[in-house]
Design a protein around this ligand. Structure first.
Ligand code: ZN
Length: 815
């Protein structure tokens, strides 16, 4: 057959309106309706030239056109008396191979998109919201509420006429030849290459795989009027496909070129202005990861290039790391199975999420319950590295990493993932003070409230009380309530501090401070009606240090110390340089006795960085001290022999901890039930959190990215001295977080707090600022879940290209 009415014609009423010409030279009968204009378009691989003739009953030619159409193919208003139209090869040329589509466009056009009323009916596109097939459409709300919406029946940002016939005067917008369909969501992407990326940058097979990820969306989620699944991708990549079936997927469409590696600049300079609003814009690079903004993105082609490219492309379709806001606006949700989620970002087999998982709340997690095999293997692998039981009678997930599948709801930092930048530790962060000195702050709780100490820009000791109500994801700003910042008289000229609470029940804090000249002193801070005041500092005679001290109450051998408990301040001596010394006294009022800190072999421990110590739930006192090469070592104090045993070989995978580029932080985290109390009432069980500083691989002057190591479970039977194992490691907040040089992330938790808090000094625009991280362990309250990513992208395909005015607001979406 030479002519056939195309598949879409079945929607039409009386006369066929769309024809597919398989063969040149055959006559096609036309309806007798006046005013019809015939428009010829070529699909992928179709002929580039043809002549359309109008012929009367006797076979005489009444009119003819070769290239009046938008893209240089025929467009012909047929004169009265026309009975047939006929396609011919241009004169003197052989008939080209391939198929041409001929559209009979009528003059009534209710939505003004250039496609006639009867033709739209025949195609199954919409000419007005009230047409029967449009009222029934899943996009009815969009047609109805957005003026002119039916011009873009499939809501992909491309008008029906543009998808059928291309855009006049723009040879780069031959949309039908690139595979556009007015009844199906199409996405066009120009792919450019940064300076050091050789063409093609991505292969045909790479793009097939990218397209496959977007093909999984259901027709329902995507509201494709043709009822077919998937978002169809079309890439201008600068080469023609080897496989003819891929001609709608990719090609050399005239835009792909070398560009700046700065994608925002490239978007302005190397992207044809006429393509804006039709194409998205991508730049391939060979370093870094990926980023996106509006309709443009950049992706490293040497790093998980298919998943990364698809991830960034999805951002330009309106998909965010958390999916939809109603699923919980948090990245790294373990139950949002999508490559848009940092936790599953590089896993092609995960693809985009098409279903809602079970809802999870980090403030109250049920650990016991059936786990499906796929989920189990994903959660066991990095970045979560969780223990999962998916067989037997008692399956479950050890969400809080405490070595047990609990029966009561527990608090657990669900979105904290090893190595990844998941922001879990930074949830609800608040600025405590601006313009501070580069000195690690100090945190202590008294009566359930956090007391934060720091040194202001004048070298004066400053303080603020912080209340910590429930940290709710719906209002992260209210995780903390800040008291007034106050300074202390008589505490000036300082450069470092450390603090420790006195015995429980006594609202008192021992505060060790280092003066700018290196002298070390101790004050007692007391609270009256919530207001803090500090005693006159007591100087530790002969003590000089350049570093921040560490302070703790030590349980000691009375035969050696004259008491079973002493206040100790550990500091790195200026002379002999690097020797770790301990100043001990019965109270903050002194007098202090200074002695060296000894290791198992009774040698003085030396360290080039500030030490950190913490009392564990097990009652042990342990510390992290860097060795001379700045590798972290882990010690616990042995009261009987008054020395510190080095447990590094057991504590760290490699026998020594990672190298640190700044001071260390250490705190003991108790595993907590949903109500904040210890699980099973066991106050001893918990884990150690160790913070240190990694030199980030960036060439700037703030290379200090804070990191966390988290240990496996410790308790009375498994004390640190025999069981310490720092098993998990990850960034604090994210990999772009930097500490002020020579400061540490300070960690603090005690039984009066529901979660671990932290504080850090970082660079801000107007100087250094002190920030509080109320929930370093990530156990804020939230309803976290997943859903169908394609329901989000449905509107985003259009909205990221042309905005909500044209595409409709969220009220026209699924949610
Ligand atoms: Zn992203």
């Amino acid at each position: 057959m030479a002519w056939s009415a195309c598949a879409a014609c079945s929607v039409g009423d009386d006369a066929p309106r769309v024809f597919r010409a398989q063969k040149f030279g055959a006559r096609m009968p036309v309806p007798s309706e006046p005013g019809l204009v015939y428009i010829v378009a070529a699909g992928p691989g179709g002929p580039r030239a043809a002549v359309l003739q109008a012929v009367d009953e006797q076979g005489a030619m009444l009119a003819s056109d070769a290239n009046s159409g938008p893209l240089g193919l025929p467009k012909l208003a047929v004169p009265p008396g026309t009975r047939f139209v006929m396609l011919k090869a241009p004169s003197g040329q052989p008939a080209p191979a391939g198929v041409l589509d001929v559209y009979a466009n009528d003059s009534r056009d209710d939505d003004g998109d250039g496609v006639g009323h009867a033709l739209e009916r025949a195609l199954g596109t919409c000419d007005a919201p009230d047409e029967p097939h449009c009222v029934r459409s899943a996009l009815a709300k969009y047609y109805e509420r957005v003026p002119g919406a039916t011009r873009d029946t499939d809501r992909d940002g491309l008008s029906d006429a543009d998808e059928l016939w291309g855009v006049a005067g723009q040879p780069l917008l031959d949309l039908p030849r690139f595979g556009a369909d007015p009844r199906h969501k199409d996405v066009f992407v120009e792919v450019d290459r940064g300076k050091n990326v050789d063409p093609p940058g991505l292969s045909e097979d790479d793009l097939v795989q990218v397209a496959k990820l977007f093909a999984h969306g259901s027709a329902a989620a995507l509201r494709n009027p043709d009822g077919k699944p998937g978002i169809r991708m079309h890439f201008d990549i600068g080469f023609e496909p080897a496989e003819p079936a891929h001609r709608a997927l990719l090609g050399d469409w005239g835009g792909s070129s070398r560009s700046s590696r700065n994608y925002k600049k490239a978007r302005r300079q190397d992207f044809t202005a006429a393509r804006a609003g039709y194409f998205r814009y991508a730049v391939l690079i060979r370093s870094g990861f990926g980023q996106s903004s509006g309709d443009a993105f950049v992706a490293n082609r040497d790093y998980h290039r298919i998943a990364l490219f698809a991830h960034e492309l999805a951002h330009t379709l309106g998909l965010k790391h958390h999916g939809h806001a109603s699923w919980g606006e948090v990245n790294c949700k373990p139950n949002h199975f999508s490559i848009i989620n940092y936790a599953y970002q590089n896993l092609l087999e995960v693809g985009f999420s098409t279903r809602a998982g079970q809802l999870l709340d980090p403030g109250s997690v049920i650990e016991r319950g059936p786990v499906d095999g796929t989920e189990a293997s994903l959660l066991r692998a990095p970045p979560f590295e969780l223990d999962v039981v998916d067989t037997g009678e008692h399956p479950g997930i050890d969400w809080n990493r405490d070595g047990r599948i609990s029966d009561e709801p527990v608090r657990a930092g669900l979105t904290w993932a090893t190595y990844k930048s998941c922001d879990a530790a930074g949830f609800g962060r608040a600025t405590l003070a601006k313009k501070v000195l580069p000195a690690s702050p100090a945190l202590v709780a008294v009566g359930g409230n956090l007391q934060a100490f720091w040194i202001d820009r004048d070298g004066q000791l400053a303080h603020r009380t912080v209340r910590l109500p429930t940290c709710d994801a719906r209002d992260p700003k209210r995780c903390t309530r800040l008291g007034k910042a106050r300074t202390f008289d008589g505490h000036r000229g300082l450069r470092a501090i450390a603090a420790v609470a006195s015995d429980p029940g006594q609202p008192q804090i021992a505060l060790a401070h280092v003066a700018t000249d290196g002298r070390l002193g101790v004050s007692a801070v007391t609270f009256k009606r919530g207001r803090a005041s500090a005693s006159q500092p007591v100087e530790i005679r002969g003590a000089h240090t350049e570093h921040a001290p560490a302070a703790a109450w030590m349980t000691v051998d009375p035969a050696r110390y004259g008491a079973s408990r002493v206040l100790s301040v550990l500091f790195v001596a200026a002379e002999p340089r690097g020797t770790l010394l301990q100043a001990s006294a019965l109270t903050a009022a002194g007098p202090f006795v200074v002695r060296p800190v000894l290791d198992d072999a009774l040698r003085p421990i030396t360290t080039p960085l500030a030490p950190t110590i913490a009392t564990l739930g097990t009652g042990e006192l342990c510390g992290a001290f860097a060795d001379q090469e700045s590798l972290i070592r882990f010690y616990c104090y042995d009261p009987r022999r008054d020395l510190w045993r080095d447990h590094s070989a057991q504590a760290f995978y490699a026998g020594l901890g990672p190298r640190t580029f700044g001071p260390l932080g250490l705190a003991y985290h108790r595993y907590r039930a949903a109500d904040g109390t210890a699980i099973d009432g066991d106050e001893m069980r918990g884990a150690l959190y160790l913070s240190f500083t990694e030199a980030a691989p960036v060439k700037d002057d703030t290379p200090d990215n804070p990191q966390l190591m988290i240990s496996e479970w410790l308790d009375a039977k498994n004390p640190a001295a025999s069981s310490i194992n720092f098993r998990w490691r990850g960034s604090v907040i994210n990999q772009w977080t930097h500490l002020a040089p020579n400061t540490s992330l300070v960690l603090y938790e005690d039984s009066s707090l529901k979660a671990m808090s932290g504080a850090m000094v970082r660079r801000a625009k107007d100087g250094l600022q002190l920030e509080l991280l109320p929930i370093v362990d990530g156990s804020f309250t939230a309803g976290l879940g997943g859903g169908d990513d394609f329901e989000v992208m449905e509107r985003g395909v259009c909205a990221q290209l042309r905005g909500a005015d044209v595409c409709g607001g969220p009220e026209t979406g699924q949610h």
